[in-house]
Design a protein around this ligand. Sequence first.
Ligand code: DQA
Length: 136
Amino acid sequence: MIINGPNLNLLGRRQPEIYGEDTFEDFMLHLKGKFVDSDIELEYFQSNHEGELLDKLHEIGYDYDGIVLNAGAYTHTSVALADAIAAIETPVIEVHISNVHKREAFRHHSYLSPHCEGVIVGFGLRGYELAVQYFV
Ligand code: DQA
């Protein structure tokens, strides 16, 4: 399961110089094509609401094989998401499209990273593909 948090529904239109020009829906088609010969099933969920992200983690976090999570700005603010990742059993890989360490200082800290299997930052949408590859 790939989960995107707030403002990531605007990919393709949002600051393309940072986040690129592709919509996530187009990227998902590309990604599904890449993994068409493997027996994994890829799903996608996006929400701008912290509680909905928590509900989705609780819902799938005991059954699914892997979660690729870009929590957007909640990465830097949400103790609740950190607690959810710590609580569930499914391993989570944290992804950021941009290199958050090259950006403002408030983006350098993640509440989520200590509870994640790994972290991929700065490789654009390719980061999601690398994360999925880990679970295959
Ligand atoms: C982001 C980085 C965050 O700091 C930012 O708030 C986002 C996107 C990224 O993918 O680079 O919304 O998670």
